[in-house]
Design a protein around this ligand. Structure first.
Ligand SMILES: *Cc1c(COP(=O)(O)O)cnc(C)c1O
Length: 497
């Protein structure tokens, strides 16, 4: 008699993974506590309004169930701790673990935001010292650390621009945004109640100064520019740009999310910028992606300082206090102080590198990107010959005739063990492949990436089908991305091919 062994569905060490709600069983728990040896509390004395009712459908699992479930899921994904993660504009750099340790120091991690400021002087000191560092780095006289993301910072910045114009008695209606700006810029301006008008890019990948001058009227509240812009190019005519906006009473917002290209080298405050945001989770090293946490401090010039959100940390005869009484402030933009754990990480990062180290961040980020650009542009042509900073924007122009597109290249990179770059952004470049290696990668890792990109270009010639059907070796194959976002199937089943 033969027994037919049916192997469970698995691919290597990966196996079918249900959701956490489907594992475990009735009554299984993740802890073992000794029997209660104190009198049981009478819950009926606790007001209904603060009592939690029973929760239906919670997973009932043991500790080992939980750990294995989440570790198995983590193996289905790519992470910056596994290898190069060259998502352009996102700055997925490696984050030193010392920052994590410091953010977990008990006095910092466990402080409560409603404690009396006198009892949390250390935490306020972190905020104050970080603000002082950011002022030095950017040349902006003051900062709020409250915004919880880059886009949140943009909105806070534009609300301050609005407050300034309203206070001066002449609210204006429009914000100008170049077509090379980050996509969040026009969205933030629109959310703050402005009409958005676009400024075209010139042949060098910069703002067309003539077009800007033509549009810059006294009804324009300001210009919102990304610098370096999303083509990775520094705005060469920044002084002329700022002057033409200021001439008509407008203000200049700089999206400084990609400050890693400039840090220690050039300061937005010296360029005449009125308001800018930074992304601590990009330039100043907090792990990000996957939904958080974020921190988008906003720095302002003297003109906008009165409008900064409350409370502001201030020093007064050696003690740190919370300044609440600021009549022109736009008010609170966050509960409490923003994502404080990120302030700790950013300060640790800045202090451990020091001024020379920070300058080296920018220099290496730019060097690495330009190395990739130089090594790949014969197979993936660049859209603009202007030298770029921290990212290389390539295109699929030479692959198109073979029926291979940017998306196929991105998917095939997964088979070579790399996270794909940002694709189809910026919109001004057809079939864009936006590569940001960051400064934390070694030459060996970057060379391996370049080899993979070149191998894929060769495959597009010899075996285009292979590229078009990629990825072949990942836990799941190519998804319909819109469908996957709208109707996610959370149960993992290994592919059969
Ligand atoms: C990432 C990024 C943003 C948005 O930052 P979030 O923290 O994701 O809101 C804005 N502008 C630029 C240039 C960026 O790279």
């Amino acid at each position: 008699m033969s027994v037919e062994l049916k192997a469970p569905r698995r691919a290597g060490v990966l196996r079918e993974e249900p959701t956490i709600f489907e594992v475990g069983s009735r009554g299984r728990v993740g802890h073992s506590l000794p029997p209660l040896d104190v009198p049981e509390a009478d819950l009926s004395k606790i007001p209904e309004s603060v009592r939690r009712g029973p929760i239906d459908g919670m997973p009932e699992v043991s500790e080992v169930d939980v750990v294995r479930h989440f570790v198995r899921i983590s193996r289905l994904n790519y992470a910056v701790d596994l290898g190069l993660y060259p998502l352009g504009s996102c700055t997925m750099k490696y984050n030193p673990k010392i920052n994590e340790e410091l953010a977990r120091v008990e006095g910092l991690a466990r402080a409560h935001p409603m404690q009396d400021p006198e009892t949390v002087q250390g935490c306020l000191r972190v905020i104050w010292e970080l603000e002082k560092s950011l002022r030095q780095i950017t040349g902006m006289p003051r900062f709020t650390l409250q915004p919880a993301a880059g886009a949140h910072g943009e909105m806070v910045g534009i609300l301050m621009v609005r407050a300034h114009h309203v206070k001066s008695g002449r609210p204006r209606s429009t914000i100008l945004v170049p077509d090379s700006a980050h996509g969040t810029n026009p969205a933030s301006a629109a959310m703050a109640g402005y009409k958005v008008e676009q400024i075209p890019t010139n042949a060098r990948g910069c703002i067309d100064l003539g077009a800007l001058r033509a549009k810059m009227t006294e009804d324009v509240a300001g210009l919102m520019l990304t610098n370096p812009n999303t083509l990775g190019i520094f705005e060469e005519e920044i002084e002329g740009i700022v002057a033409s906006v200021h001439e008509k009473g407008g203000l200049v917002y700089m999206d400084g999310a990609n400050m890693n290209a400039l840090v220690g080298v050039a300061r937005p405050g010296d360029m005449g910028i009125d308001v800018l945001h930074l992304n601590l989770h990009k330039t100043f090293s907090t792990p990000h992606g996957g939904g958080g946490p974020g921190s988008g401090p906003v720095g302002v010039s003297k003109v906008l300082e009165p409008y900064l959100p409350t409370p502001l940390v201030e020093e007064s005869s050696g003690r740190l206090v919370l300044a609440e009484n600021r009549p022109d402030s736009i008010g609170r933009v966050s509960s409490f102080f923003g994502n404080f754990g990120m302030h700790v990480r950013a300060l640790a990062y800045i202090r451990s590198l020091g001024p020379d180290g920070l300058r080296m961040v920018a220099e290496r980020a730019v060097l690495n990107a330009n190395y990739i650009r130089a090594k790949l542009k014969d197979v993936y042509p660049v859209a603009f010959e202007t030298p770029s900073l921290h990212e290389a924007i390539l295109s699929d122009k030479l692959l198109e005739p073979k029926g291979v597109r940017t998306l196929d290249v991105a998917k095939r990179l997964l088979d070579y063990g790399f996270h794909p770059p940002t694709i189809y952004f910026p919109l001004v470049v057809h079939g864009a492949i936006m590569i940001e290696p960051t400064e934390t990668e070694s030459k060996a890792e970057i060379d391996a990436f370049i080899d993979a990109m070149r191998a894929i270009a060769a495959e597009a010639e010899s075996d285009p089908e292979m590229v078009r059907k990629a990825p072949h070796t990942t836990p799941i194959g190519r998804l319909d991305e819109a469908e996957a976002a709208r109707r996610p199937r959370l149960r993992f089943t290994p592919r059969e091919d």
